[in-house]
Design a binder for this molecule. Structure first.
Ligand code: ATR
Length: 273
């Protein structure tokens, strides 16, 4: 499959044709002077293992993994970083010494870096996360380690319960229960649900929102603005989509591969446009 191509790095997903990662990595490469040939590969849903094996047997040194393969990627690795082990989800591979594949998860540190840049997060702040899927599993450990109290609100209660059980040993994490909640307002509300086809009434009861509440949408696609439109509708003062998280998670993958952390701010500005 990769016969006539000489790229060493790629993002693998399905679909992947609209991925911004090749552009981000090309800007990192220009900025740092590190030669880094990065492309995107659309992977048939039943062919993840053989395509990745083939890539690493040939010229592949590093890969990013995106939906829907992050959990499959977790089982593909020979070794895992601590944060990938805890997340049970992998978004970055690195081939080490031509011998084995290390798996990492840079989504959480990417989110935390962007929340810090935006001044949306403080130690001990209260965070409501909407959603309980793979995207949430990838970011919980860094947020809990930062010292935040986290509440999970999800369509399927059983999925939130599973997450709380998995992560409660790492910090203060709870199911969102309107009736027993002791805090008055959330400092930060993060949307981590996948695409909604329909208009939503309210993502969160408005009584838990103050004029200081910040809102962050882990989605960044132009055709997936339901949460941002809701932020506008309720006249939120502080909100952002997830483009910064995307750039930061890419920067931490680049760091894993090359030991250099690229600058991100001007790239976030370019992608916003
Ligand atoms: P990802 O890996 O991107 O997190 P996922 O594992 O499919 O994707 O999880 C998607 C999340 O969005 C889940 O929390 C899902 O809720 P359920 O656990 O109830 O499935 C949530 N979600 C998806 N579509 C939704 C909808 N129409 N309304 C409410 N929640 C939705």
């Amino acid at each position: 499959m990769f016969k006539n191509k000489n790229f060493n790095y790629a993002v693998f997903g399905n679909p992947v044709n609209h991925s911004k990662s090749p552009k981000i990595h090309s800007l990192f490469s220009q900025q740092t002077g590190i030669s880094h040939i990065y492309t995107s590969v659309n992977v048939p849903l039943d062919n993840f293992n053989s395509i990745l094996c083939n890539f690493f047997k040939k010229d592949g040194y590093g890969a990013n993994i995106t939906a829907p393969f992050k959990q499959e990627a977790y089982y593909f690795c020979d070794k895992l970083t601590k944060r990938a082990t805890i997340a049970k989800s992998v978004n970055t591979f690195k081939k080490i010494d031509n011998q084995y594949i290390l798996g990492d998860n840079t989504d959480g540190v990417g989110l935390l870096s962007d929340l810090t840049r935006l001044n949306f997060i403080k130690k001990k702040c209260s965070i409501l996360i909407i959603g309980a899927g793979g995207a949430v599993r990838g970011v919980l450990f860094p947020l809990l380690s930062f010292g935040c109290s986290i509440f999970i609100l999800n369509r399927t209660l059983l999925n939130s319960k599973k997450l709380v059980t998995q992560f409660q040993k790492y910090g203060d994490i709870n199911i969102f229960d309107e009736n027993s909640l002791k805090i008055k307002y959330f400092d930060l509300i993060i949307n981590a649900t996948s695409k909604f086809s329909e208009e939503k009434e309210d993502f969160v009861p408005l009584s838990f929102i103050s004029s200081k509440t910040c809102f962050y949408d882990m989605n960044y696609q132009i055709d997936n603005r339901v949460f941002i439109d809701w932020c506008l509708k309720i006249k939120a003062n502080f909100f952002s989509n997830g483009i910064g998280m995307l750039v930061f998670q890419a920067a931490y993958s680049f760091f894993l591969w090359h030991n250099v952390l690229p600058k991100t701010d001007y790239i976030i500005d370019i992608l916003k446009k």
